[in-house]
Design a protein around this ligand. Sequence first.
Ligand code: GLU
Length: 465
Amino acid sequence: MFQVVTRFPPSPTGHLHLGGARTALFNWLFARHYQGKFILRFEDTDQERSKPEYVTSILEALKWLGLDWDEGPYFQSQRLELYHQFAQRLLEEGKAYYCECSKELLEEKKKKRLELGLKPGYDKTCRDKNLGPGEGRALRIITPDIGDIVVEDLLRGRIIFSADEIDDFIILRSDKTPTYQFAVVVDDITMKITHVIRGDDHLSNTPKQILIYKALGVNPPFFAHIPMVLGSDGARLSKRHGARSVLEYREEGYLPYALINYLARLGWGYGDEEYFSVKELIEKFSLERINLAPARFDSDKLLAVNTYWIKNSPSEVLLEHLLPFLKDYSIFRFSKEYLILAIETIKSRTKTLKEMAEMLHFYLVEEIDYEENSARKYLTKAIGPYLERFFLDLKDLSLEEQELESYFKNLAQTSGIKLKDLAQAIRVALTGKSVSPGLFEIIKVLGKERVEKRLKKALEFIKNL
Ligand code: GLU
């Protein structure tokens, strides 16, 4: 049986950014769609730039997004032996050779070739020297001097590269570390990768990798080079465009599945549909629906997708994602039911979880503080007696919306004060602010005891004016 196997191979030289996350997502969706395998490996052979903290943060970002892997994480730095074995094979079969040209010499040669109008590639000086291993010697692969190298891309069709554009490139450096091209191929072979889905910035590497597959006598995997993500100005996506690392979006209060939804839509589409759950994405994802025009990142759109999912997610699910934002409150004093009802009243009014946590504030504190202006404007001597009336009537009132509504209407009518002023005063008394979710909803969720307590405090405040 043919099993799809994809991989995500980040270099741990930085945090996971949106472009990388999208590549991971497409590989993950493709694997999940075909019930295949998704493998994670860290390409950490660049010891200078690879940092353990980036491994940690990439792992955390993938976990948060829910992009789970079936194998790995592998680390190239722990697989050096394997690369040496494969290199040795090529050497023994006469498909690779040691090169003793020093860095300085290579630079000089390159300069000369450029001056003569020739391609800057290596001039094969050591190809026939039959050198053995030795200090300062790198291993080069023998590449064909003429002919075509054909890349069959699942998205772009056949792409032909000319052999003379590719020199005998290095596969093992003189310090015995593999180059990216070599390690990737050995990994993709030994991990039995069937589909390589990656950014089209790697397209120029593919013919080189195909030559390595050929030399090793292995069929290459299928390749799909996806268009890069660009910023709104058409330049390659960067921080400048408002794009941040995946974990920063978590801090900002984005839902992981909202980010997934948005990333999937960056370059992939399904009719005019905008919103997809992760389950739907797995069902619907296919390479043929990837758009070949570069996708442009749009932070407003991302926010709109987040807003949609906050509004349309079950409150219980939102509560789970909200917990990290509620660390400053002793929320375990409250029942889950209370928290969920509170969320219900605000979820259609917020764009991010962070905002949501701020809006939940008045539900979660024992004592509320008044916004100065709101208190001055609405908690007045004139409104005091009516607040008191409400305070006294409260114990006999039902907190159902309709009943509260007719109670307040009646109170306003019989007393001659404006319903709006009364409502605003109660709003400030209960939430500290002049803007909040619907008053009746709040009263119902807070419950009589809390409402009473807060009205009492407001009456105190008015008394002291
Ligand atoms: N480590 C490479 C990168 O982060 C991955 C290249 C590949 O997918 O082959 O761009």
